[in-house]
Design a binder for this molecule. Structure first.
Ligand code: HAM
Length: 420
């Protein structure tokens, strides 16, 4: 029986995983520099966490969740995003009690039943960041600066940071009404989806991808012209802090984001190197979500970036950064020397070297071929002659130069040479 993987999911194969590990290591380093700690929430949760958290009327909740009943009849969902889980964990573990500001990040798979296409998968990976416990605009700015710092470290070019303010529960209801009034006479020219959005969430009309809707949307009243004083001051300070660090951005009043929890600053990063699915990152402030789940009032700011999209545009210009190399390939000639080779491999690995041996032995030619294939830096070679003479051969696989090392101190000699 031949079974293939499910549509919209993919294997990340050796050769690629090294690149993923390198990018993830960089994220660990950069995010730690800004004081963030890793959290690992589960990949499935009670369904109502997502329906309530992300919003009943969002595409994710309406059409894209992998939801099923477990054996006890409980409705559970494979997480379509990480923010709701982090909020749940934050409240469950009373994280607010130990620190006024919790800075968290996570790396892992998310699941959305979307139409698969280039850059869009049904299982995809995100790196997400959530700063929980401060309303200070410095947090909005610093988290975006950290993200751009991370992208810069990876050597990315052609990125665009777009920001907007979505207002708060004080000014947003009034803006919604202003928007509805402006849209009302043009409803017949909007797509079917936008007609539904008009009733449930008119701000999403700004975000419609259909050209005729966009033509109408560009002339609609802007969020940024309808903010209350507090939101206006907040947004201006975010901009001035970004200006201070010379992080470039555009204000895009059409940016509204597809999840319901956002308030104040929202942002996206797009890349000119990607096709239709050009968003590598999205996020913003969500000041009311923790309270909605019966936690204490906790203003938050965060983002998530799509790892498949990110990795597809990282230049990976220096293979030495991420390619795994074998230090020593042990070549032994004669089945009776297998135990010796096995023991040597163990001792060398204990000294932090990466070592391979040919478990089946074989001719020197075939073992050399395998050493070549494994891209080893050195081959350690011994047969009966070397055992008798007490000297092993060590071959530099790049230069082809061969040196002799004493058998009884061969481990120490190799450590001296390779300095692990
Ligand atoms: P999101 O915009 O839904 O935000 O997703 C963030 C990123 O995940 C997108 O910009 C994209 O790169 C990637 N992504 C989303 N769906 C797919 C897919 N089907 N295939 C491949 N990549 C995808 C969130 O998830 C929020 N939780 C972000 C956030 C965190 N806001 C505050 N904190």
């Amino acid at each position: 029986m031949k079974i293939q993987s499910i549509r919209g999911v993919k294997d990340i194969m050796p050769g690629e995983t090294e690149k993923w590990q390198w990018v993830e290591r960089k994220a660990n380093i950069i995010f730690s520099r800004y004081g963030f700690n890793e959290i690992r929430p589960p990949i499935f949760e009670k369904t109502k966490l997502f329906t309530r958290g992300i919003g009943e009327a969002t595409d994710i909740v309406e059409k894209e969740m992998y939801t099923f009943e477990d054996r006890s009849g409980e409705k559970v969902t494979l997480r379509p995003e990480g923010t709701a889980s982090v909020v749940r964990a934050f409240i469950e573990h009373k994280m607010y009690a130990s620190k006024a500001l919790q800075k968290l990040y996570y790396i892992g798979p998310m699941f959305r039943y979307e139409r698969p296409q280039a850059g869009r998968f049904r299982q995809f990976y995100q790196i997400g960041v959530e700063a929980m416990g401060s309303h200070n605009p410095a947090i909005d700015a610093e988290v975006m600066i950290m993200l751009m710092d991370f992208f810069h470290t990876l050597g990315l070019k052609g990125l665009k940071l777009q920001i907007n303010s979505l207002g708060c529960c004080e000014c947003r209801p009034a803006y919604r009404e202003i928007l509805k009034k402006a849209i009302h006479s043009q409803l017949s020219c909007l797509c079917k989806n936008c007609n539904q959005r008009y009733q449930r969430n008119p701000m999403r009309i700004l975000d419609c991808k259909i050209k005729s809707c966009q033509d109408i949307a560009v002339n609609l009243p802007k969020t940024t012209d309808n903010l209350c004083h507090e939101c206006d001051v907040h947004f201006k300070e975010v901009q001035s802090l970004l200006d201070t660090t010379k992080v470039l951005y555009d204000i895009d009043f059409m940016l509204v984001r597809g999840l319901d929890y956002y308030t104040h600053t929202a942002f996206e990063v797009t890349s000119s190197q990607l096709g239709a699915q050009n968003a590598i990152c999205g996020g913003g402030r969500y000041n009311t979500l923790v309270e909605e789940f019966e936690g204490p009032a906790t203003p938050c700011f965060g983002f998530a970036l799509g790892l498949e999209r990110l990795i597809s545009i990282v230049p990976f210009s220096n293979p030495n950064d991420y390619e795994k190399k074998t230090d020593i390939y042990i070549i032994y000639l004669g089945a009776n020397l297998k135990v010796k080779a096995f023991d040597l491999a163990h001792l060398l690995r204990a000294g932090s070297l990466s070592v391979e041996i040919d478990y089946d032995g074989g001719s020197i030619k075939s073992q050399m071929r395998k050493a070549d294939k494994s891209a080893s830096r050195y081959a350690l070679i011994f047969g009966e002659n070397e055992i008798k003479s007490g000297n092993y051969q060590l071959k530099d696989m790049n230069s082809g130069k061969q040196i002799i090392i004493p058998a009884n101190s061969c481990v120490e000699e190799i450590f001296k040479l390779l300095n692990p």
